[in-house]
Design a binder for this molecule. Structure first.
Ligand SMILES: [Zn+2]
Length: 113
């Protein structure tokens, strides 16, 4: 599962941060997942639940925020939100756009105590 390797990666990063900060535990971790990142949030949550055992995230509060996909139309310059790539521009109806957000997958913040 794709999400499992992402979860393990997040845990690894959290471990490093904890070590760097010489903290005792991670209270909170906030993740941001773009709608175009290909990550299913429920799957990621499940993968984190499964793999956080014995790790620094065991008692942490994990929040995941979703970033909507935003496109810019390369024909008319119109910016619009989209569920996925397969839509045409609502302004000019052309299928000629690129994503300006929605691909991100990142750790927005880690709270260490
Ligand atoms: Zn357009």
């Amino acid at each position: 599962m794709h999400e499992m390797s992402i979860a393990l990666n997040i845990i690894k990063i959290a471990e490093n941060e904890l070590e760097k900060a010489k903290g005792e535990r991670i209270e909170k971790i906030h993740l941001v997942v773009g709608r175009l990142s290909g990550v299913v949030i429920e799957s990621l949550r499940f993968a984190l639940d499964v793999s956080k055992k014995d790790g620094p995230l065991l008692d942490s509060e994990i929040t995941i925020g979703e970033v909507p996909a935003k496109m810019i139309c390369l024909s008319c310059g119109h910016e619009f939100e989209a569920e996925d790539f397969y839509i045409t521009c609502p302004n000019c109806n052309e299928y000629n756009h690129k994503a300006i957000s929605g691909r991100e997958l990142l750790i927005k913040s880690i709270t260490i105590s």
